[in-house]
Design a protein around this ligand. Structure first.
Ligand code: M6R
Length: 613
């Protein structure tokens, strides 16, 4: 959730840290702060409530030429967004500065035991600075003190601390699953960050801290240790990312850029995986999933949150259809608390663009305890889910910066389709003709998404007429059901309009009571085997004076005269429709949000990566 950046090296640290925070601002944006070494035994510290710009304005002209320091963008958990609750947090003597992501569960008890004077903030972080300062005074060095903190502070969190009497040294800790720490390895300089994006302009050589690991970082050296202080050897990984991918380019918002990138994203996701002659799907990091394992599976459980859970709902359909294995979807946060029945014949598939969502990691822990084989679909190389799972399917769509997920959802759905085909082939449940047809259809999908995007001007015009509505209903059937849920989620997230998504058949069991002229309905109504039922649902809305925007198949004019607005989708094989029907729903939310003046890329109260329960 919060963004962390640290730098130590030979260049001015202030601008590097601020730029890194800019690239992480999507993680949290209610306040920000920076601490730099500023001459002997002294820090330069600045905090500002609100977005990063407020901090940039505050420090303008006053940043010291320090060559090391730390910075933070906050997503509040303990204490309202304010200057005094912003990070870095310091001890009363200003000897230690610390930034933090995650939650310290026993901070109140720690405050009683280790407080070195009055606390200035309401955060669970400040006490960490008190403990570290006390430990330094008692003769420990910063790394030792950090290990002590990790043994005392309960919860899942990551920390980076600096001490004014040890200039140029950064010490990082990762405890539990909340939020990772990536170390950027440079020449004569090193960086720390909660997220790869902050490092991209400087280096693609990185290491990742695992839970229970610490990094002791100076300009020329990095040492890794565990909680006992034993050294750990780490291999430097080289990131595949193109730094340009994290730039907005000509688009007004990252969300719009990422929506328009989707034909490329779909192609990037399947390139080298959907193969012809013979038609098949192969994944590079799924060697563990062999024929014997695939045939031994009795069940697949897909877990995820938010948009990723909606993608998983589409995936469930593919797995049952092509691999003929009973499949279910669970909200990660609910999964472990209902003590699910799991065994080594249950394949658990986690879907998560960040790979760091704490609820999904907790669900994976539950599955690991039960001995389930696990696959993760994730967009972040090296993320924690990729370390826990037995196999990874990387989405490969480049950084997604807008908080609202778009291109990662399309890639997740598509690669779940690929996983189902792979499983179907291994299990012998997939007819080769069907396999060839699906591979062929998937290879045409990027073009179909591109066709759908041509409706953007029409959708912008429609959006301008609905922007003042305060409620929205989304209806779909079959594969349209999760897309209806996703349409409603997108609308809520970026435009703050109350929106509900339903399986259309459910409407008459309650939601229909809401329908009137002020409650527009978006109906996903492709010409499939349930079209007539969908048409009946549309008639029911119209009979109650509701306005309907219908998303229909190419060449279908049967609704032209009865609904308010029609959006036509290009031809696509029915199974792959979700990857096309979701696009106009993303655009509608985007255009309504911009019409209402909402902060599309950084909606209020949200964060890109949710690392607290
Ligand atoms: O990183 P993840 O895919 O695990 O994130 C899951 C949800 O937090 C995420 O999909 C959230 O709902 C997005 N803001 C949706 O746009």
């Amino acid at each position: 959730m919060c963004g962390i950046v640290g730098y130590t090296g030979h260049r001015p640290a202030g601008p590097i840290i601020l730029e890194g925070l800019r690239r992480l601002e999507y993680r949290g944006y209610d306040s920000a702060g920076i601490a730099l070494f500023n001459g002997p035994e002294e820090f330069y510290v600045a905090h500002a409530t609100g977005k990063l710009d407020a901090l940039v304005q505050r420090v303008e002209g006053s940043l010291p030429p320090a060559i090391a320091g730390i910075g933070h963008t906050r997503w509040a958990t303990h204490g309202e967004p304010s200057d005094r609750n912003a990070h870095p947090q310091l001890d009363p003597d200003g000897r230690v500065a610390v930034v933090h992501n995650g939650i310290i569960e026993n901070y109140e008890e720690l405050r009683r035991r280790y407080g070195r004077g009055p606390f200035r903030s309401d955060t669970d972080t400040e006490v960490i600075a008190h403990i570290l300062a006390g430990d330094l005074e008692a003769g420990m060095d910063l790394l030792e003190a950090m290990r002590h903190v990790a043994s005392e502070a309960q919860g899942a969190y990551s920390l980076v601390a600096i001490a004014s009497d040890d200039p140029g040294r950064l010490v990082a800790a990762r405890v539990g699953n909340a939020g990772g720490i990536v170390v950027g390895v440079g020449e004569g300089e090193h960086l720390l960050a909660s997220d790869l994006n902050a490092l991209l302009p400087h280096t693609r050589n990185v290491t990742f801290l695992e839970p229970g690991e610490f990094a002791d970082v100076r300009a020329d050296t990095i040492a890794y240790v565990d909680i006992e202080g034993h050294p750990i050897a780490k291999t430097v990984e080289v990131l595949p990312y193109d730094p340009v991918a994290a730039v907005k380019g000509p688009y007004k918002h990252f969300m719009l850029k990422e929506i328009f990138e989707q034909p490329d994203s779909a192609l990037d996701a399947i390139r080298g995986r959907y193969l012809t002659r013979p038609a098949r799907v192969e994944f590079e990091d799924l060697a563990f999933l062999d024929e014997a394992l695939a045939k031994s599976l009795t069940r697949v459980v897909l877990v995820g949150m938010g948009t990723s859970m909606h993608a998983a709902m589409v995936g469930r359909f593919y797995i049952e259809r092509f691999a003929r294995i009973p499949a279910e979807v669970d909200n990660s946060a609910e999964f472990r608390y209902r003590r699910p029945v799991l065994d080594e014949h249950t394949l658990v598939v986690s879907v998560t663009q960040s790979g760091e969502t704490v609820d999904t990691l907790a669900a994976m822990d539950e599955a690991r305890r039960a001995g389930c084989p696990q696959i993760t679909l994730c967009n972040t190389p090296g993320a924690q889910t990729t370390r826990v799972a037995d196999g990874t399917i990387l989405l490969r769509v480049g950084p997604e910066i807008a908080v609202a997920s778009t291109k990662t959802m399309i890639a997740s759905m598509l690669l779940l389709h690929g996983l189902a085909l792979r499983l179907g082939r291994l299990r012998g449940t997939l007819d080769p003709e069907e396999e060839a047809a699906q591979v062929e259809a998937a290879l045409h999908l990027p073009a179909a998404i591109g066709e759908m995007l041509k409706s953007a001007p029409l959708i912008e015009e429609i959006a301008s007429r609905y922007a003042s509505n305060e409620d929205f209903l989304y209806l779909g059937r079959g594969l349209g059901d999760p897309i209806a849920l996703e349409g409603a989620l997108k609308m809520k997230e970026v435009s703050y309009i109350h929106a509900e998504g339903y399986a259309a058949g459910e409407m008459k069991h309650g939601p229909i009571a809401l329908i009137d002229e002020r409650m527009p309905t978006l109906a996903i109504a492709p010409r499939d085997e349930v079209f007539d039922k969908m048409r009946s649902n549309i008639e029911q809305v119209l009979a109650r004076h509701g306005k309907v925007i219908a998303l229909v198949s190419q060449g279908d004019h049967s609704l032209d005269d009865i609904v308010e607005d029609i959006i036509t989708m290009p031809e696509v094989t029915p199974y792959l429709e979700p990857m096309v029907t979701v696009v106009p729903l993303q655009l509608l939310s985007y255009y309504i949000a911009t019409e209402r003046g909402a902060d599309v890329d950084q909606p209020r109260n949200l964060a890109k990566t949710v690392t607290v329960e």
